[in-house]
Design a protein around this ligand. Structure first.
Ligand SMILES: Cc1ncc(COP(=O)(O)O)c(C=O)c1O
Ligand SMILES: [Zn+2]
Length: 407
């Protein structure tokens, strides 16, 4: 057993040095995670000072041989918005939205990219890569450009056209790959090992480390009064693992007195975690024909699925699934609060609605919904909504305005 910081296998607990790049266990192939031997408490409470980034504010919760603060783009420290209107609609006393759409590349992925990039650079890696259906690709391409390292982005061949341009603006090497997206995850790790490319994939240990800052911030923003439920749109499982890990680390230090229940939400057309959950399976099985409205949340074979099942069972979490239609509806509901999320990022709202109806959540349940990414990168989906606007001549303008206000 290693006495200092290390990576530990989430499946069999085998330990590895923290300098390891390959993110999975040699014996059981489950994902590794970072174990910090002795975290200290965070510095005294000061809300989100300008000069901090997640790695400076929560420094003792991270283990990195070197950190280049200059690479920060201001990721994290996102608003926790009280949603009064939505609370009323959902018949909840208290709902908060953790608005990850305001990250530098408009999704939570920037937290993990920033942290995992530091790990890559501290090990002397000069080539990074990822595979993604959109958000992670944009994030890795942006930070790769800022760090001036060669950056490889693999996307599935059916990625919508409009999602490619926001990746290419950062000038990475972008390859569209035909074939099974779930399998591509493992293929990329293999190629990465052979060619010396550090793949910052969805659930690699240091990306998960980035996501844990979401939990730290929620604790601080709620003045350490922990919510009853945190609801997370889930695909590979990396983000949910990170958020759970963050709460656990604060709990183990005595900074918080209890843990929130984690609710993972999937789209019903690609819900391997949900299927395994309701089927009482220990392991996730691949979905053979995924059909989901938003690719961001449609990993047919989540690489952290087994570990999530273990953790959710251990700590009393919940997995649920909602339809494409409910996802679109949730997008409209979030817009009522002034937040433009992509459908995948909005499904926490549909999940709350569903669990409220089923009386799993009651009116008093204090909920935080993680709004994982912005709608801006996926405008074509808006065609599915029926919006209206009006056309007027200058002469008729006043009359029309009056009539519209009276409607
Ligand atoms: C907007 C959005 N929400 C949720 C997720 C799911 O996160 P994870 O794959 O870490 O479970 C993703 C992943 O790409 C995403 O882009
Ligand atoms: Zn193992």
């Amino acid at each position: 057993m290693l006495s200092k910081d290390c990576l530990v296998c989430t499946g069999c607990q085998k330990e590895y040095p923290v300098e390891r790049i390959f993110p999975r266990c040699d014996d059981c192939f489950e994902p590794l995670e970072v174990k910090i031997s002795q975290p200290n408490k965070i510095r005294e409470k000061v809300f989100f000072p300008d000069t901090d980034n997640i790695l400076s504010r929560y420094a003792s919760f991270y283990t990195l041989a070197a950190v280049n603060q200059q690479l920060s783009l201001g990721e994290g420290f996102t608003p926790l918005v009280k949603a009064n209107l939505l609370s009323d609609l959902l018949s909840l006393d208290c709902l908060y939205l953790k608005n990850e759409t305001v990250n530098p590349t408009w999704s939570f992925k920037d937290r993990g990219t920033f942290v995992a990039l530091q790990h890559a650079l501290s090990l002397g890696c000069t080539r990074i890569g990822t595979l993604s259906s959109g958000n992670m690709a944009v994030s890795v391409a942006a930070y790769g450009a800022r760090a001036d390292v060669k950056t490889l982005i693999l996307v599935s061949a059916d990625i919508p056209f409009e999602k490619i341009q926001p990746i290419l603006i950062y000038n990475p090497i972008l390859i569209k790959v035909k074939g099974d997206y779930g399998q591509l995850y493992y293929e990329s790790l293999k190629i990465g090992q052979e060619l010396g490319i550090y793949f910052l994939n969805s659930d690699v240990p240091f990306r998960v480390e980035g996501s844990k800052s979401i939990a730290f911030e929620i604790c601080e923003q709620l003045n350490y009064e922990i919510p009853d439920y945190v609801i997370i749109p889930t695909s590979s499982g990396g983000n949910a693992r990170g958020i759970m890990k963050g709460f656990l680390e604060f709990y183990e230090l005595g900074l918080i007195n209890n843990l929130p229940k984690i609710i993972c939400v999937q789209l019903a057309g690609c819900a391997p975690l949900y299927q395994a959950w309701i089927g009482n399976q220990e392991k996730v099985s691949p979905v053979s024909n995924p059909q989901a409205i938003d690719h961001a949340i449609a990993n047919p074979f989540p690489p952290s699925g087994n570990e999530l099942l273990r953790k959710l069972r251990k700590y009393g979490g919940i997995v649920t699934a909602v339809s494409d239609q409910e996802a679109l509806q949730s997008q409209l509901l979030l817009a009522k609060e002034g937040i433009f999320a992509q459908p995948a990022a909005a499904i926490s709202i549909a999940a709350i609605q569903k669990l409220r109806k089923a009386k799993v959540l009651n009116k008093q349940s204090r909920c935080v919904a993680i709004v994982t990414g912005s709608g801006l990168k996926y405008n074509s989906i808006l065609k599915k909504h029926k919006f209206s606007s009006f056309l007027s001549t200058m002469d008729n303008l006043k009359k029309m305005i009056v009539s519209k206000f009276e409607q």
